[in-house]
Design a protein around this ligand. Structure first.
Ligand code: NAP
Length: 310
């Protein structure tokens, strides 16, 4: 049987929020481990260029992730690989199980699991995933040099990642289901100046089509005229919003009806000793800066919570 590992604090997720909470808690002399299902950095690893994080005019996501990791671990916080499958509240301790067969016991837990990208749920999407359908421009954009691409969505991610793709592709057509973009005005202004980018409004994707090997395009429906159409493309990048990564926490009674974690302003959930921060939280703004701010508050709060236990 695998041994149980004891820590003052387990931080679940090593994105910007989790790494900040780990830094604050370990700097307060608590023993801390960050658990993550992949490399530290979370969604930073899927982000090409960040222009709205204080202190950097522009920084690459993976580069910022590395700097945050170095900062987070400098006071002794550890990092361990594994997907958390269950979190059980045992009063003064919390038990965390991972798919690596490991069990961690902690006095306090910070949930910082973030979000994952929503799928379109149309025919062809799953079939052509990895064969032209992608959710990560930074990871897959290089496969499409000089090609015609479709981006689906109208939020910050669709516009920002679409602009990144114009550096590689011949043309990027952004299909927006409504009559306007939801992205920040500055991003919209930059995108409209980009010759390689075209926005097509009121247009939903109904099918993703391809041959035996790869994607060849999308079928579309115009939500105003009711007309159906087709658009040829070599790659389809889908950015239609995000879903909370909270499957392991659904029995704790801390989620809202959409699955995001409910907290107060001190990042406390309704379960004493369980905190939540960053994108996974029910919050009006999901940014690196807000995740980092949440992480600082949670790092300080776990210290006070554990001190009060003595
Ligand atoms: P989002 O803001 O939720 O936008 C989702 C977009 O996808 C909307 O335009 C939505 O259209 C569209 N959509 C949803 N379902 C669709 C469907 N079935 N078919 C076609 N379109 C569909 O998601 P996001 O852009 O991924 O951003 C997630 C969060 O991260 C946001 O809080 C965002 O601000 C943040 N973020 C920030 C930055 C930055 O600050 N630089 C960068 C990336 C992300 P409707 O408008 O019609 O609903």
């Amino acid at each position: 049987m695998a041994e149980t590992k004891n820590y003052d604090v387990v931080v679940i997720g090593a994105g910007p929020g989790g790494m900040t909470a780990a830094m604050y808690a370990s700097r307060a002399n608590l023993s801390v481990v960050m658990l993550d299902r992949g490399i530290y950095g979370g969604n930073l690893n899927n982000t090409a260029s960040i222009e709205n994080y204080t202190g950097f005019k522009s920084v690459q996501g993976p580069e910022l992730a590395k700097q945050m990791y170095d900062g987070a671990t400098q006071f002794g916080a550890e990092y361990a690989y594994g997907t958390v499958t269950k979190l059980v509240d045992k009063g003064t301790t919390k038990e965390i199980t991972t798919d690596m067969g490991e069990t961690f016991v902690a006095k306090a837990v910070v949930i910082a699991t973030g979000s994952t990208q929503r799928h379109l749920d149309v025919p062809g999407e799953e079939e052509f995933s990895g064969k032209g359908v992608s959710y990560c421009a930074v990871c897959d954009g290089a496969f499409f040099k000089g090609r015609d691409l479709v981006v689906v969505g109208g939020g910050d991610s669709a516009v920002e990642e679409g602009m990144y793709l114009t550096q590689l592709a011949a043309k990027v057509t952004v299909l927006v289901r409504g009559d306007h973009l939801r992205a920040q005005p500055l991003l919209q202004d930059e995108a409209r100046k980009n010759d390689k980018m075209e926005f097509v409004f009121n247009t939903s994707v109904t099918d993703i089509v391809g041959d035996q090997v790869k994607v060849t395009g999308v079928k579309t429906h115009n939500n105003v005229t009711g007309k159906d159409g087709e658009l040829a493309a070599d790659g389809i990048f889908i950015y239609v919003g995000s879903l909370p990564m909270t499957a392991a926490f659904k029995d704790l009674g801390i989620l809202d009806d959409q699955g995001w974690v409910k907290t107060d302003t001190q990042m406390k959930t309704s379960v004493p000793g369980i905190f939540a921060i960053g994108d996974v939280r029910e919050t009006p703004l999901r940014q690196i800066a807000t995740a980092v701010g949440d992480g600082a508050i949670a790092g300080q709060q776990v210290y006070q919570y554990i001190n009060a236990m003595k």
